[in-house]
Ligand binder design. Structure first.
Ligand code: HEM
Length: 508
């Protein structure tokens, strides 16, 4: 596993630096030295949420844990404690070079988590003025994206993907849909639609898996990004790469290429995971189904509920204590490592006494973290997921899971839990002609209504309260994706029924 925030691929498994290379790893028990629970190994792999709840019961909102290699860290489980931590960078820095174990040399750099914590000169690891400079270039460039144009691509690319498998009557929605759509969209946004191909998707997958092909995959992706930076310096276009290189932050070529990789990979991994999770919920969860078929939930609301229940990042490593402090009743020492506990915070009984309760209309989840590093691409991620799932369901309204739900398999890492496959079946049907513009509209006035951050939760640091479940102002309704499947919309009864439902969900 490697971090979407960290471009450095893991060493290949046959490399001696790779912890899982050579002989198989010995089975690790749930409890490690000092009686601390391990955030790795079979217990974590099998049921991370169960493990978080044990930790909450034993330690409260902040728990001592062991990471791979029995490296100690604090897992922050509480919602308000996570918000406080992410919003107080003066105490909880994003710069991993503050880690005491790195400074005193006691941290083994062959640790499989090294690619996550090894410092890189990108905004993810920066604090203060440097973070503002680098992140400013990213957020200003995101703000120039024309969201209506993006929704059109998403719809178009979704239909292209469906065309590739619709005649067969079966598909794996993870490898044939969820893993491709974000890459197609991000290549278009960044300004290299011609680079999107199976090889790029494979390269991103290999980088994230940390497989033996990770280093070559990284070179493949970086080669494409450096070429793009050079092209856009010479010939500016209306795309993200141009806006980034032209930004007053004055990125060097290295900075520009590394931030493009950050955006590409951060968006790919998380959004693919979100799409798979939304589709699984739609296909398997009776509560979801009932709410959807009863017209009590829109598709963007279904995405939001998924962000509460199955956030694409379960945790983030992390933050590093800049000084001594107390958090959730624990004494944190300068140089300690802390983990943003996104999934446990989302089910913190303080904000969510009834975990099965619908969180409709409430965006106080931490799926996008909080504070100065809060995800700047969240509304693009949301748009890819809700428009993509919408387009898929429009085309294949009779879609069904083709295995039993308990046969679905997952892969858990420290930071995420991935569905490995989502096999579905449906009545075979012919591909559809895909029409509509591919070139984005020139960004301008339209870009201003691109919503960059959610209507946010109240700041507990300011009010002294934690956000409570319950209605908060709903997000403005998003523009409808362009219709690219008119023939099918006039089709069979199930299609009409689906369209009625979708119309209700969207509210237009
Ligand atoms: C559903 C999809 C997504 C999820 C769940 C997600 C989640 C996150 C989270 C949790 C963080 C914060 C990490 C921290 O606190 O340390 C983050 C940061 C970031 N995300 Fe996303 N993300 C998503 C999509 C995207 C997209 C589409 C883009 C780009 C267009 C993007 C670009 C970034 C960048 C550049 C950062 C680093 C920000 C900084 O350190 O200042 N993400 N993301």
């Amino acid at each position: 596993m490697t971090s979407p925030f960290d471009p450095t691929p893991l060493p290949p498994p046959e490399c001696p630096a790779h912890a899982s290379g050579g002989a198989p790893e010995p089975e690790v028990s749930e409890i490690g030295p000092g009686g601390l629970r391990r955030l790795y190994g079979p217990a974590h792999e099998k049921d991370p949420m169960g493990l978080y709840e044990k930790l909450r019961a034993e330690h409260g909102p902040v728990a001592p844990v062991l990471l791979n290699g029995d490296v100690p860290a604090w897992l922050v489980l509480g919602h308000s404690e996570n918000l406080h931590m992410t919003r107080t960078p003066s105490l909880y820095s994003r710069d991993s070079r503050r880690w005491r174990m790195l400074q005193d040399g006691s941290l083994d750099m062959t640790n499989p988590l090294a690619p996550i914590f090894a410092y890189q000169p990108v905004c993810v690891f920066a604090d203060g003025a440097e973070h503002e400079r680098q992140r400013g270039a990213v957020t200003d460039s995101i703000a120039r994206i024309d969201h209506r144009g993006v929704r059109r691509f998403i719809n178009r690319f979704s239909n292209r993907l469906v065309n590739d498998f619709c005649e067969s009557g079966q598909a794996d929605l993870v490898s044939q849909f969820a893993e491709h759509l974000p890459m197609m969209v991000m290549c278009q946004i960044i300004g290299m639609p011609e680079e999107y191909d199976e090889e790029l998707v494979q390269a991103a997958r290999e980088m994230l898996k940390g497989s033996e092909k990770a280093i070559a995959a990284n070179e493949h992706v970086m080669g494409a990004l450096y070429r793009l930076v050079a092209r856009r310096r010479a010939e500016p276009e209306e795309d993200f790469a141009t806006w980034l290189v032209e930004h007053p932050a004055q990125f060097t070529d290295d900075e520009a290429a590394h931030h493009l990789r950050l955006v590409l990979i951060a968006a790919y991994e998380t959004t693919a995971n979100l799409i798979a999770n939304v589709l699984r919920m739609v296909l398997t969860d009776p509560r979801f189904r009932a709410q959807l078929s009863g017209g009590h939930m829109t598709l963007p609301e279904a995405v939001e509920q998924t962000l509460w229940d199955e956030p694409p990042f379960t945790t983030i490593l992390g933050r590093w204590a800049a000084g001594d402090s107390e958090l959730g009743g624990q004494k944190i020492k300068a140089g300690d490592a802390l983990i943003v506990g996104i999934a446990p915070a989302n089910v913190d009984p303080v904000v969510r006494p009834e975990p099965s309760a619908s969180m409709q209309g409430n965006r106080a989840h931490l799926a996008f973290s909080g504070g100065p590093h809060e995800c700047p691409g969240q509304d693009i991620g949301r748009a890819i997921a809700d428009t993509g799932v919408d387009a898929l369901l429009m085309r294949l309204p009779d879609i069904q899971l083709s295995v039993e739900e308990d046969e679905l398999r997952w892969r858990s890492t420290l930071m995420s839990r991935h569905l490995i496959e989502l096999p579905v079946s449906f009545a075979p049907r012919p591909p559809q002609e895909i029409t509509g513009p591919v070139i984005p509209e020139r960004a301008g006035a339209a870009a201003r209504d691109w919503q960059i951050s959610s209507p946010r939760r109240p700041d507990p640091a300011a009010s002294g309260t934690v956000p409570q479940p319950g209605p908060v102002p709903a997000a403005p309704r998003t523009a409808p994706p362009a219709a690219t499947v008119p023939a099918q919309r006039r089709g069979s009864a199930p299609v009409r029924a689906w369209r009625t439902l979708v119309t209700w969900w969207r509210g237009y």
